[in-house]
Design a protein. Sequence first.
Lengths: 884, 91
Amino acid sequence: MVALLESKLFVPAPGTGVVPRARLLDELRIGPRTRLVLVSAPAGFGKTTLVSSWVGSSDDARTAWLSLDPADDDPRTFWAYVAAAVSRARPESEPSLADWPEPGRPVSERDLTPLLNLLAGVPAGLALVLDDYHVVHNPEIHQQVGFLLDHLPPTTQVVISTRADPPLPLGRFRARGELVEVRAGDLRFTIDEATQYFAGAVEKPLSPADVDALAERTEGWAAALQLAALSMRGREDPAAFIARFAGDDRYVVDYLAEEVLAGQPSGVRRFLLETSILDRLTASLCDTVTDRNDGKAMLEHLERSNLFLVALDDHREWYRYHHLFADVLRAHLLDETPDVVGELHRGASTWYAGKGDPERAIRHALDGGDVEGAADLVEEQIPEVRRGRRESVLLAWLGQLPDPVVRSRPALAVIQVGALLQTGELAGAEDRLDEIEHELAARGSAGVPDWVPGSVELFRAAVAQARGDSSETMTHARRAVELATADDHLTRAAGASFLGITAWSRGDLEVAHASWAEGAAGLLRAGHVPDVLGVTIALGDIRIAQGRLSAARLGYEQALELAERSGPRAVRGSADMHVGLGEIHLEYGDLESARAHLETATELGEELGLPQYPYRSRVARGRLRQAEGDMGEAQNLLDEAEQLYVPDYFPPWRPVAAVRARLWLAEGKVDDVLAWASRSGLDVTDEPAYLREYEHLTLARALLAARPTGGSAAEAAGLLGRLLTAAEADGRTRALIEVLLLQALAAQAAGDGTTSLARLGRALELAEPEGFIRLFLDEGGPAVSLLQSAAKRGIHTTYVRRLLASGAPVPAGQPLVDPLSDRELEVLRLLGTELDGPEIARRLVVSLNTVRTHTKNIYAKLGVNSRRAAVRRAQELGLLTQSH
Amino acid sequence: MNQPRTAGDRAHTGRYEIRIRGHLDRRWSVWFEGMALTQHSDGTTTLDGQVADQAALHGLIQRVRDTGLPLISVIPIHPTGPDRPDTTTRP
């Protein structure tokens, strides 16, 4: 979480002696279409004063105020402050914006949804004021503010005060009447306003001619008028002063500020100059910087004397100088005593470091030319910032340090390696790692933080992983886990994950599970709940592959509980947990529960999904639709899943294309599946490899469906035998059940009933304890008749009955969207014989045309276009073996 | 950094003269990164000096904006003689 300064959310109180500017407040009247109020004018034109008095004068809208400064030019910090400002104005609003935007990834336009929802729920409306918007240069922020404006609920307005027009589509807003503008010309004081102002600000009334001269010389510039009033304080002859001033060409503010400074006692003058380096002032900070102890008294004096001090809170703790005045003071400081400026900044840096504000401590160290001190501060912050997953902050700091300084410090150089890896610059990352190791070897551990060696090994593992070198990955990952300090849970977890990935890719599930589980425990200790949920997906996949459905289910359920316990708002990754549970209920053949979980995931939305959610959720929904018999929608979902696939850290053990090939198999499109297999480089003579296991099983199914008793059956049997050995050796029970079932079906087709039932018996024995159902039903008709003969023989009778009953939802056992009529079934059975068309017509006592119509309908419903294909498809679906 | 300059860099580095309305005291020179300040009798001031690149130039213009002084012109000052790249081959 970014440390937020409460005082930035404070509506600045309009100073004393402010002229009420009724004509401008009139211009600021909000119309029903107003989205944006733009107050654009140079420094010192009274923008902030105008907006704060406008806000103070309007009763019907509440205000969320944010005073921006250069440190806010980062999307995460910017929106965190916007959230804080809005929450401060509407503390009771829902949804809560605490911990928003979510840490650990870049802010995108989609992340603005919770803010927009909150604003839409504020019935009375809200004005979001962004004061000093010109400090924002980051194009992402401009784009996101533009998005916010485009989607703003009608009761809400954004007010921007700035010295330069922001790169927002102002022309469009103007053309649509959605923009209210106040510009420099409007803000200049008129003669009347100037007269009114001086009447309240100076002891002796000025003549109209003097006011005219001042207004003309200052061009109605508010800050200059104010300085002029201060300069005239205590003067015997203001008219002479005005005449001198009016006849001078010098920079107005400079001239007047000098007059004001000259009128101050030397102590006050020195205080003003020395503290001008601070963008915010408080007594003890001023004392540290000036090396005196009159900070409190000075600030009170300045405020009383109206010397351009702006209060930043209600309790007189924090102040800032008026920006324009501060610039003049700094120019004087740099000119008069340039050699003390560095020292002043270093004092401020020390004070902020002591107060736990590294951001400002680092900035002042850099401004004070203390590069090594700044580098020390960055180094100290690394573990904390990494724990908060705010690497972008570190990189921004590193960007301000000279390259040689970064390279000479292993702790800083390691952070840069992380950035290089993110952008895929492997060679650059390796060079940098070589340098770091060289440096570590040369100087030993002296002055190097203890977390560095573990991180170096971790990044070595990441490079090896990206290069596909699994043995190197393992070596470095193991060393990273060993070297990680006791509290460095992230490095330990990442190392364990690398070990888990490599073991998983090899199919060594037990080792993979142990490594991931260790990583999850570390992440949990470090409090990274979304990461724990991410690892839960890996653990779930592994348990399912091991045939341990109940363990996988328990893991997902515990992860959901953890997410619920961790806070009032849904945690990212919750949607993924429901997808995982949906997949498990699919395995149970419990379509209703599967549907419920997948619907819950959809309701939670993609914002609450991890990066792999878009494709994983569609694969699960596609499999559900297939089980429900909606093949078209299943195909659409799987096509989408393929488009949305993102390579993540998980090995691709179930490629989307193979899932879709199984859908085609269920539709009888055997030729398409065989074509896919050959395109994917799959061959019946392949040696088993875990990452191709799912695809090989799909190929074996296709071969059995194509020619159950043909020449390739022997080849398929060979492949299945090798797959069986591999799955058995590594304890991959789910694959083992599938192989046994396919072997049973192959034996059944070959007429070997004994072998068939023996294989089926073993499959059932493995499947029953965990309740696998879907695995048997995906096979269609042949499996049903196989199960029926098992039931007759009393093999696992209860379980087999359950399996057969689970297939029941499809009417009359026909897994077709549009089931065949009784007459069509009759025609279909005759198509399976040697009889030709006229003979079938005679058998059914109908005309040949009627037979042709029935045949056409049968082809359409089965999705085929030949008699042979229709018969084969009917066999696959078990339509010819069922009695009616 | 001893990197070869591209043609684009060459076109944008060099001396610039920034003219603003009003007389700005010489003490502001440090504030404007050491640019030389000259006050002119027409009530304007010029800031004159070497600029590292376009970003530095924009930084200076932003500082002018922050003083609130009206900006009149920004002009690149070409040195006497053409700024030609070294195309002669070494012996």
